[in-house]
Structures are given as C-alpha cells and as structure tokens.
Design a protein around this ligand. Structure first.
Ligand SMILES: O=C(O)c1cc(=O)[nH]c(=O)n1[C@@H]1O[C@H](COP(=O)(O)O)[C@@H](O)[C@H]1O
Length: 275
C-alpha cells in the first residue's frame, strides 16, 4: 500500500488503530472450537466487527506457527479475507525476522509476495544486509524494532556505546540504508517519554506503537510526543480488543473496545488538527 493511501485512511476514519490478531485457541470463545477452522472464524468475526474503527491489522506470526500447517492455513485465509473484503486495510506481519542477505530475501518473498502483507517487523541486530532485502519492494514497508515495549528492552536497547544509546544508533544508521524511505520503526507505548528524542532523529517516519491496553501504555502520552503532521503513528492493541469477552458476544465487545480507542484517537487528532 502506498503511504499516501494509509495516511488518507487514517484521516478519513479518524483512527490510527491497528488491531493485533494474536489469536490464541486457549482464549477464544469455546463455541468456536467446534468450527473446522476456529482461528479463521475468530479472526473473521473480529475483522467484521472492528474494521470501521481501525486502519490496520497485525497478525503476530507466532500465534499461527504454533499450530503448524493448520495455523499457516488460518493465516493465509485471514490474509485472503482481508485483501478481498477490506483491501483498504494496512496489513502487518509481526514476524520479527532478519538474517543474512539471501535468507532475508526469502523472508521478504514469503511475507510480501506469497502472503501479500504490506509490512513486516524486522529485528535490526544483523545490520544493513539483513534489512535491505525487505526494502526492495515498492509500496511495502519494513518495520525495524527500535525501542520495544517490554522490560528486556533495557538489557541492550538503552545501553550506550560511543555516546549513543543502541536504539538511537538503529534509528540513525538505518536512515542511510538503500530505500530507507520504506522503513518504519517500532517504539513501545510503554516508552512514550522517549518519543520526544526519537522524533528529533526521525521526525517523519511512521511508528508502530504496541503496548496500549494489556501492557498499560498511554495513548495520550504517545500522541503528545509522537504525532507528526501526517499522524505518523499506528497504535496497536491485541489482547485488550480480542479478549474483551470470551462469551458469544465477543465480537461486539471487541468492537466496543476498538470504538473506545478510536474515539480517544479522534479527540487527540481533533486537538491537534481541528476538524
Ligand atoms: O513488534 C511488535 O508488534 C511488538 C513490539 C514490542 O515492542 N512490543 C510488543 O508488544 N509487540 C507486539 O505487539 C503485540 C502486543 O499485544 P498486546 O499486549 O496484547 O496488546 C504483540 O503481538 C507483541 O508481540
């Protein structure tokens, strides 16, 4: 998807919500387990209920790989459903890949060509030649982990070498990669305070911001420090939306949660951009 199209979607829906499809058979409503493909049926119901309130969906690949071939099939069906019924939705494969060049090339083919995702999350640790294969696809994005939402982020990402924290080195160095305009970055909502300095290095790049909802990050703080003239944010919530109810009304409850976040986003956008 062209970035202009994503920005237009955000503006027309007054939403920069990404719904994370972290679909877990231990958490979905019991009545769905009787279906032939419970994961797909759950995703389809969630998509049908939430698509007016969000602009993106982010299946986390672990939740599909965990079920082997059946899980991959559910993922493929979910992507086919999204691409056919909701082609305006931005789709992110949360796979956190990255390897030597020829291997990254195959990962890029898997997610961009075969599965037709718009973006994939990438671990930057192996450097330039592990990232650039993902940047050769027009209108696709590689989303580099910069400062993640979890506690372990402090093990390495905030450590300083040569006067600069590692996550800042990731931001600075990757700007010189070929086709770096196709990069986005992950910054956890739980690290919103860091966004001020992050925006000094990457004033315009889109950020994927997970960690509101179940992990306790604040949408208001994220907006305060992270929003750009094009909004520049995709804020993800997975469990907080997916598992708002585990009863038969799960899709309605998920829609209510998504609508609540969308309303908050609309207020934040209104504060900054007016009508
Ligand atoms: O790359 C990610 O999406 C990601 C990065 C990060 O720093 N923290 C983080 O939670 N995530 C993912 O975002 C989702 C968060 O899920 P909830 O905490 O249930 O909203 C999960 O799929 C995580 O793997």
């Amino acid at each position: 998807m062209k970035i202009e199209h994503l920005i237009a979607q955000i503006k027309s829906k007054n939403s920069f919500l990404c719904v994370g499809l972290d679909t877990d058979l231990d958490k979905i409503p019991e009545h769905l387990l009787k279906e032939e493909d419970p994961i797909f049926e759950f995703n389809k119901a969630i998509i049908d209920a939430t698509h007016s309130y969000c602009v993106a969906y982010k299946p986390n690949i672990a939740f599909y790989e965990a079920y082997g071939i059946a899980g991959w099939r559910s993922l493929e069906k979910t992507m086919d459903y999204l691409n056919e019924k909701h082609p305006d939705m931005y789709t992110i494969a949360d796979a956190k890949r990255g390897d030597i060049g020829n291997t990254s090339t195959r990962y890029a083919k898997a997610f961009f060509d075969t599965m037709n995702f718009d973006a994939v999350t990438i671990a930057p640790y192996m450097g330039r030649d592990s990232v650039e294969p993902f940047l050769t696809f027009e209108d696709k994005h590689a989303i580099l982990l910069a400062l993640t939402s979890n506690q372990g982020a402090f093990d390495f990402q905030t450590r300083t070498t040569e006067g600069l924290e590692l996550y800042k080195q990731v931001l600075k160095t990757s700007r010189d990669y070929e086709n770096s305009e196709r990069l986005m970055y992950v910054v956890g909502a739980t690290k919103a305070i860091y966004l001020k300095e992050i925006r000094e290095i990457i004033p315009e790049s889109f950020l994927l911001v997970p960690g509101v909802g179940a992990q306790g990050g604040s949408l208001q703080e994220v907006c305060k420090y992270g929003i750009t003239k094009d909004v520049g944010l995709l804020v993800n919530s997975s469990r907080g939306i997916l598992y708002a109810s585990q009863a038969k009304d799960f899709a309605n409850k998920a829609a209510q949660q998504a609508k609540t976040i969308q309303n908050e986003m609309e207020m934040e956008l209104h504060k900054r951009f007016g009508d």
